[in-house]
Design a protein around this ligand. Structure first.
Ligand code: NAD
Length: 424
């Protein structure tokens, strides 16, 4: 299907940067929000983004032409001739359902609705309309005008034509548009979640400090360490995501209690002035590690003390075992035991689980992770570099020691049994 005119509902952080991405490729855009004030704030964001692009070399004239393509709206008057609507309102099922129903009533029957949800099921959202075949997930990354990846997620009822149109539209924006089958957190955030969690477990066990873990991750393949990233996104957002993944996927996504403690103490990261690091509230510049973090770790250790030994609880018993083992080691021995692969093995293993579930094509996986997270190498390349047999061996050892987070994916075993050394 040919896309000539686009609308974006929700002119917040994502809506405004998506408007810049879409207008940048020459599409006229209607940018709608609830009232004049919200729309004005959205347009101001658009202007700020365009101004920063001009500073980086976009000709002023091009920025003005791009801006002229964006029309603001507080109602649906301009929607009947729109071909594609990108829904970017708050991450709330009820709010999104109301918006999708309104769109269904106000748009041409041919129009496609793409939702930018990060976590809500596309299949469920599609049911708010009489056109579930024309509803698809288009998961942009923040900031959408700069990030190269868009995950295109069809729901159960999404037609082939709708999914294809969404992929082609993503490509028309100059993005890497990767088709991802519907699953909680989709592809990139699902894999990211495993790595972010593991960083917390490493910290909890005392195998390395915040700075050591961040430095190791950056030296290995990441543009930013897991704790600096957590501080950027906010521990409260991180906790909600971690709980959601745990609820959907079970034990291997079990969040470390550190995250809950951080939220309790308002160590949310940059926005509250302190997280894993301390920040200047005005400039948000990092000033050093958060000295109170040791209290958080002490609280988590107290959890161990609170575990009644006579009462058998596999979860807390395991935690107690882990904490007992690792905190009782001398400092040097503890640090010597940290290997950066430990952070990435859960992500690599999840990549094999994703392929096992046929969530995406194997050849799309590394490029998606690289474009979505800025990794210098994707998890399948890392797996091949470590050696698939070695990955399996390390996972088996870690599984013996820590349980479910490291249960090796059956597909990885099959690759090793089959003597493969690479995945793609
Ligand atoms: P935001 O809170 O910055 O913006 C949401 C906007 O939607 C607000 O301006 C609000 O006024 C508007 N809105 C609410 N109800 C509306 C309605 N009925 N009609 C029109 N506008 C309405 O949120 P955000 O961070 O831009 O997130 C939007 C969506 O994008 C969410 O689904 C979120 O999960 C997803 N997402 C966010 C990120 C991110 O990093 N922020 C990344 C990827 C996806």
């Amino acid at each position: 299907m040919q896309i000539s005119k686009v609308a974006i509902v929700g002119a917040g952080t994502m809506g405004s940067s998506i408007a810049v991405a879409v207008s940048g490729s020459g599409f006229p855009v209607v940018l709608k929000d609830v009232d004049e004030e919200a729309v004005r704030a959205g347009l101001q964001r658009v202007d700020r983004l365009l101004a920063s692009m001009v500073k980086k070399g976009l000709p002023q004239h091009d920025a003005e032409s791009q801006r002229a393509l964006i029309e603001a709206a507080t109602n649906y008057e301009a929607f009947p001739d729109v071909d594609l609507v990108i829904e970017a309102v708050a991450e709330n099922l009820d709010v999104k359902r109301v918006v999708l129903k309104e769109l269904d009533d106000n748009c041409n029957v041919h129009a496609i609705f793409a939702t930018n949800t990060s976590s809500l099921p596309i299949t469920l959202l599609a049911q708010a309309t009489r056109r579930p075949d024309k509803v698809v997930g288009m998961h942009f990354f923040n900031p959408a005008h700069l990030m190269k990846l868009v995950e295109v997620v069809p729901g159960l009822d999404t037609s082939t034509d709708t999914a294809r149109t969404a992929v082609e539209f993503g490509q028309a924006l100059g993005k890497l548009a990767v088709r991802v089958e519907e699953c909680p957190s989709f592809l990139v955030n699902r894999l990211l979640g495993r790595y972010m969690n593991e960083a917390l477990w490493c910290l909890q066990e005392g195998v390395a400090t915040v700075e050591e873990i961040d430095r190791a991750a950056v030296e290995y393949v990441m543009p930013i360490g897991p704790f600096a990233l957590r501080d950027m996104n906010g521990a409260d957002v991180g906790l909600a995501v971690a709980r959601y993944n745990y609820q959907e996927y079970g034990e291997r996504f079990k969040p470390s209690p550190i995250l809950e403690q951080m939220v309790k103490r308002n160590f949310l990261g940059q926005k509250s002035g302190a997280g894993f690091y301390e920040y200047d509230r005005e400039t948000r510049k990092r000033s050093g590690p958060n000295p109170e973090l040791s209290e958080v770790l002490t609280d988590v250790r107290a959890l161990r003390a609170a575990v009644p030994s006579a009462h058998h609880n596999p979860e807390t018993d395991q935690l107690a075992r882990v904490l007992q083992t690792d905190f009782s080691q001398p400092e040097t021995a503890i640090h010597a035991s940290f290997r950066v692969e430990r952070l990435f093995l859960p992500m690599i293993n999840e990549a094999f689980l994703v392929l096992q579930e046929k969530i995406c094509q194997a050849e799309d996986l590394d490029p998606a992770l690289m474009a979505g997270l800025g990794m210098r190498k994707g998890p399948l390349t890392l797996a091949a570099e470590i050696g698939l047999a070695d990955c399996l061996r390390q996972l088996e050892e870690l599984f013996q020691r820590h349980g479910e987070r490291f249960r090796p994916a059956n597909l990885l075993k099959r690759y090793v049994w089959g003597g493969r050394t690479t995945v793609v």
